[in-house]
Design a binder for this molecule. Sequence first.
Ligand code: HAM
Length: 427
Amino acid sequence: MAYSAPRGTVDILPEKSGKWIKLEQLLRTISANYNVKEMRTPIFEHAELFNRAVGDTTDVVSKEMYTFADKKGRMLSLRPEGTAGIARAYVENKMYGLPEKLQKVYYMGPMFRYERPQNGRQRQFHQYGVEMLGVESPYVDVECMLMAVTVVEALGIKNVTLHINSLGDDQSRDAYRQALKDHFAPVLDQLCSDCKARFDKNPLRILDCKVDAKNPAMQSAPKTIDYLSDHAKAHFDKVCSLLDDLEIDYVVDTNLVRGLDYYSHTVFEIISDDPKLGAGATVGGGGRYNGLVEELGGPATPGVGFAFGMERLLLALDDDQDDDEDGLDVYIMPLGSEAKDLAVQIIAMLRANGFTCDMDQCDRGLKGQFKSADRYHAHFSMIIGDEEVQKEVVNMKCNHSHTQDEVPLENIVAYIENHMSGGHEHE
Ligand code: HAM
């Protein structure tokens, strides 16, 4: 029987992992730049955490979560997103008591949602996310948005727009909830059964409904922005004016409500119209969640954050950025068994000196070995035949300058260092 990977999952093969490593390195560099530290939380959590944090009327929790009982009957879920786990760990580890009031953390790793797979949408996918906990200030919202914009700019992703909106505070949300109920009540019998349930439990989620998306009542639904309290409005106005001052382009998108329940105040998405992602694809999104930590049993603590889908970032990257693969320093080409014994000694010595190298293990002739040196973009091909073994030398061919030298064994390291730091490599 042939096995295949489960639907919606993909293998990242060696030829692609270099791109992932580069992306991860860049994201780590940007994180360091913003003084954001890495935090790692479990890949599975108690299912109840997500019901509570993300909300049991959201699609993510009610339709897309991988939930199972462990051997003791505990209900666990593969994490569909990272914010809930970070907030849980923040409370559990009493991070609110740390001397630095503003805690800024990032994470990278797999997330799981049972969705219909398509380009840029998988059941196991990866997110890079950032959470900033402890300070309720529009300056922190803007730091998050600026960081998200920095990511897309650093990757050279074009055709993206920052969409922002405000959901307001509790007071605004109560007023908005009532307005939505007043709006949908007369047409409730036209809506699907899910929406009827949402009407009572969480009317905001009616706006995410895919079944009723075309219903005219959806288009004419009230907008959160019209129900903001004075405090919420002042917060949002300040966010907008800071973005203006920083000359960050954005559009106020009054339809943006996000699909997770924990948000309050600012919400945002970075949307690409790159055809590779399909129309209107969201590469990243986030917002403020001032009630979440308290909801999970911690002290009232504001928070704001965002997450990017890493597959989507890679899809949006230009294809021609694929090919700048780092080459090996040395590819060793032994011809015959004595040469191979010597090659084993040399390769161990070179690796101990920090060079990236490999050697032929298939006892091929020169032609085949040169092909490998080429495929690995080796800076040097080191040829060792019987004659070289006798003379205790190796033959170093520089694949950049096309020069060739006979180098005594004891001089190999000095020779490589000299040539790699010299002017040869870009000739
Ligand atoms: P989200 O909008 O649900 O937010 O997901 C963030 C990003 O993850 C999306 O914009 C998308 O790029 C990517 N993504 C989501 N689902 C999939 C999928 N099935 N396949 C591939 N990529 C996907 C959150 O998860 C929030 N936790 C973000 C956040 C952090 N808010 C505050 N802090």
